[in-house]
Design a protein around this ligand. Structure first.
Ligand SMILES: Cc1cc2nc3c(=O)[nH]c(=O)nc-3n(C[C@H](O)[C@H](O)[C@H](O)COP(=O)(O)OP(=O)(O)OC[C@H]3O[C@@H](n4cnc5c(N)ncnc54)[C@H](O)[C@@H]3O)c2cc1C
Length: 377
């Protein structure tokens, strides 16, 4: 039996970020992961650290995302110092492309609503095509315009995941892969986590198992109705630097490839690519930047987003089993800095961070639970 202060189940972007944050605080952590045979959004995403447009109807989410973007340089610097890995964070801003006037006006209204809700620290500009081309000269003549915000950026998401794992190891986190966790149970004053014949004990447990949180959360008395949403992505051959800013559809990676994406599809647990969807993604990208039509495509993939019914995160401690937590979100790249630097201290026993009270699971219940008030942590 191995013991630690905290067991984290799932070594995707969420589990790894909080494990790293916990270890930075001197907490002993065991990180368990099932491995390549299950769905892993953290290996198939678009790499944006994105704020603009997020949080309509939930200003706390807009603030949480904005706060993460602000903390990101600190996370990138800490990972560089601990591991020597540069995750290639670029935060000089990003654009959201609008193909028609009505899209443009809708976008403007959306961002204005968010700015009104969040306050002045939510900068954005609406750019007509001429102004947008000063940032992205490759834009085609049928683009109507774009919103630009200096809050946005991107990273290399695979370097991020790898460096989180490396930093965890360097700070003493015990990482066990190929461990399919089947049981989490109360044991004495803490918890016992079981995978096959292996068992681990800890004072606290954090479920960060992506889509598998749906089946694991009931072990700690919680229901987390996450569901898959498929995203397909295309990658071109490498080019010298040509795109200075990422946008919602197209970005140039630090390695020179152009990443084009991404669909949002209800396809159950099917994570195969489909030619018609990839065709639509390519056609839309070529309409936005005609020169992309000359490039060779070298790779495509699909991955499953981990979506809650309202699209906002879940950060919940169990009412019936205090010390057991479940966490999930669909913007694990953007929120990695909050997870490592703000959420981890709470998971270690500190105060619940301001601004996440609206991210409990009780919002999905049709009736209020009788055992306690909503989000009473
Ligand atoms: C196409 C696409 C584009 C995206 N683009 C962006 C973007 O631009 N910006 C952004 O911020 N986010 C983006 N995302 C979302 C982001 O990738 C996810 O929010 C993030 O990866 C979720 O991480 P996770 O750790 O919760 O889940 P996962 O990556 O799914 O990790 C869960 C982990 O749990 C493990 N596990 C599962 N079951 C068990 C078990 N029983 N026992 C032990 N381990 C288990 C798995 O092995 C896995 O490693 C995108 C996602 C997709 C699919």
């Amino acid at each position: 039996m191995q013991t630690s202060d905290v067991v984290v189940v799932g070594a995707g972007l969420l589990g790894s970020a909080v494990a790293y944050g916990l270890a930075r605080q001197g907490v002993s952590v065991t990180l368990l992961d099932e491995g390549d045979q299950v769905f892993r959004a953290s290996r198939g995403n678009f790499g944006l650290v994105w704020v603009q447009g997020k949080g309509v109807g939930k200003p706390d989410y807009a603030r949480w995302s904005r706060g993460s973007a602000r903390l990101w340089p600190q996370l990138a610097a800490a990972l560089l110092e601990d591991t020597g890995v540069d995750v290639c964070l670029q935060q000089r801003g990003g654009l959201h492309l609008c193909l028609t006037e009505s899209e443009f006006l809708e976008r403007q209204a959306r961002l204005q609503e968010l700015q009104d809700a969040v306050g002045a620290d939510y900068p954005f500009e609406m750019l007509d095509l001429k102004a947008a081309r000063t940032l992205l000269p490759a834009l085609g003549p049928t683009v109507f315009g774009a919103s630009y915000s200096p809050m946005d950026g991107h990273v290399n998401p695979l370097k991020l995941l790898g460096s989180l794992h490396q930093a965890c190891r360097q700070r003493g986190v015990a990482i066990h892969t190929r461990q399919h966790v089947t049981t989490v149970a109360k044991q004495g004053s803490g918890f016992e986590v079981q995978a096959g014949t292996q068992r681990w004990q800890a004072g606290r447990v954090v479920l960060a198992a992506g889509l598998a949180n749906r089946t694991l959360a009931p072990h700690i008395g919680l229901q987390v109705p996450v569901a898959p949403n498929r995203g397909e992505v295309l990658i071109t051959e490498r080019l010298p630097p040509v795109l200075s800013y990422p946008n919602n559809l197209i970005r140039q990676t630090d390695e020179g490839t152009i990443q084009v994406g991404d669909s949002m599809e209800e396809a159950g647990y099917d994570d195969n690519v489909s030619t018609p969807v990839l065709g639509n993604i390519a056609a839309r990208a070529v309409r936005c930047m005609p020169a992309l039509g000359e490039l060779r495509l070298v790779r495509s993939w699909a991955a499953l987003r981990v979506m809650t019914p309202d699209g906002f995160p879940v950060y919940q401690e169990s009412d019936s089993l205090p010390g057991a937590f479940v966490i999930t979100c669909h913007s694990g790249v953007t929120l990695a800095a909050q997870h490592a630097l703000t959420l981890a201290p709470w998971l270690a026993g500190g105060d619940r961070p301001a601004g996440i009270n609206g991210f409990g699971v009780n919002r999905f219940c049709s009736t209020r639970p009788t055992e306690g008030p909503l989000d009473a942590h």
